[in-house]
Design a protein. Structure first.
Length: 117
């Protein structure tokens, strides 16, 4: 019985994007809600333009997300390197949001942006 539960348990579905594809996603979706899920001090040190901060490590992450985000619009999330954003994406997907994740996080984003200049 335990094995049947494991085989049938569904993982929340969200899409992870490379920095290049994430940039296209942001440019092509005027309604997208961009969320930085890092700690406040990380956000203050630098973030993607137009991002709002909702720290995934806070106990009330989902409640804050529900109060600040519109479920009818897609959500794009990122963190420092891509680990916390996948956790956030999973939680948001379970809560009924359509979610896109920056696979490499802010570090990969900055490498991509700097390479373009």
């Amino acid at each position: 019985m335990f094995l049947s539960f494991l085989c049938c348990a569904q993982k929340p579905e969200f899409t992870s994007y490379s920095p290049e594809d994430f940039e296209k996603l942001l440019k092509n979706n005027a309604d997208i809600q961009l969320v930085d899920v890092r700690r406040p001090e990380e956000f203050e040190a630098g973030h993607i333009a137009k991002a709002i901060l909702i720290n995934v490590q806070e106990a009330d992450f989902i409640n804050k997300a529900r109060s600040l985000l519109d479920k009818t619009k897609p959500v794009a999330v990122y963190c420092r390197s891509g680990k916390r954003s996948k956790d956030a994406a999973g939680q948001l997907t379970k809560a009924g949001f359509t979610v896109y994740d920056l696979d490499t996080g802010y570090l990969g984003w900055m490498e991509f942006i700097n390479a373009k200049e």
